[in-house]
Design a protein. Sequence first.
Length: 473
Amino acid sequence: MDAFVIQGGKRLTGTVRIHGSKNAALPLMAAALLTDQPLTLKDVPDLSDIRNMVKLLKSLGCTIDSTPDLGTTSDGLGVDIKLHATDPSKSLAHYDIVRTMRAGICALGPLLAKRGYAKVSMPGGCAIGDRPVDLHIRGLQQLGAKIHLAEGYIIAEGPNGPGSKLQGAHVFLGGPNGSTVLGTANVLSAAALAEGTTIIECAACEPEIEDLANLLNSMGAKITGAGSPVVTVEGVDELTAATHTIMPDRIEAGTYVIASAITNGDVILENFPTRTLTAALDRLRVIGVDVTPIPPHSSSTQSLEPITTPDSGTPIATLEPKTTTLPGLRDTVRIATSRRLEPAHVVTQPHPGFPTDLQAQLMALLTLADGNSVITEKIFPDRFLHVPELLRMGASLTRIGPSVMVTGVRELIGAPVMASDLRASAGLVLAGLAARGTTTINRVYHLDRGYQRMELTLQKLGADIQRVKGASV
Ligand SMILES: CC(=O)N[C@H]1[C@@H](OP(=O)(O)OP(=O)(O)OC[C@H]2O[C@@H](n3ccc(=O)[nH]c3=O)[C@H](O)[C@@H]2O)O[C@H](CO)[C@@H](O)[C@@H]1O
Ligand SMILES: C=C(OP(=O)(O)O)C(=O)O
């Protein structure tokens, strides 16, 4: 297993392009099962989860070509993948593949809708607390599917036996913690080929759902309202070929904003999905981190001098020139950070609230704020495996149920730590970038699930970070 070794204390500067989104790409790839025509996805990130989804789709009868080959990219650009479901006889999504990632369950809706039968292993994914699939199952049952569980598999067939068509219906996807993102993806994909109209209430509003609906519509589906809690789907008889560019990864984008902020850096991010990050950018602004759009006509490498206070010459947060460019999905932005980080109260919530997938990274930043912060996790109340590791680095954290009180410290100190899940690992990398001395992060395979060659990106920005191959250090 690889490890990262970081010598902290380097200020990050330079430009990085945000990759295509992992959490959008995975369900969009599974949509290839909905048609017997080819689907081309552009700017897919080159990640281990994507390689596992390729394996899964091949085992389900798809031929897959990628340019360049998956596993051969460095950082910056993704791959274009052509997926073609040519053998509809295979409907078993095996435990060996699905256990490696949560999004393996995205095969369920498309297989059931197109082939009328699916046997899909209960999924794996990050160990971030309970992750039931009851809402996926109830949602598909409301479309008439007959579903039972056996030996760790979800076995589903159409209302009138294997091969029969799902029926449009009123589907409610609300659970104890709000809606479900991948459950919405499953029901939406299945409803696209159902007979009649489906109305999904309490649908997840995450931007990745909008990206999926956009793809399905370009394949011939009739979906309106995606991105809101009520989505209407008029079923169609078939879906056809399409080409689609994956939206930028809002979580990777937020992580690199915090990487710049925690090192008091000066970083420009391209392909930045501003409008998907409103809540995160709001909290960051409170903390003292401004994300300023660079107008399209200016060069991304131009020098924007910070305004200085007249008396001391000390840089303050605001940068000139101000722009009126409307924030969009593929902006270029510059990160400016005050020297003093303010504390903040943060509650993770379904979109458009603050994303749980940025909670660990924000906690790393708040360990260095000037005062007490409180972070409350409302999606996965046990998603705090980074807390004991940050404590090893000198952070001051007190967990009380689903909340953590973060008392800012003057500095973090490098230490050997253990990555336990994807975003916890990202939080530890950020802490290591700011810490005094050496931080060794073991088990970075978690990071490779969600960040394309993170160490190369950070090296390019001036970080001292090395991947040590083969064994934990
Ligand atoms: C591959 C992918 O896109 N993963 C994301 C997706 O995961 P995923 O789609 O698995 O997460 P969900 O949106 O389903 O989970 C949200 C909440 O609903 C609960 N729940 C979920 C399903 C269900 O059947 N029953 C139920 O009670 C979960 O325990 C959790 O408390 O959304 C999460 C929440 O934004 C993110 O952290 C993950 O990064
Ligand atoms: C939790 C995540 O992924 P998954 O749902 O695949 O475990 C994540 O992307 O932060």
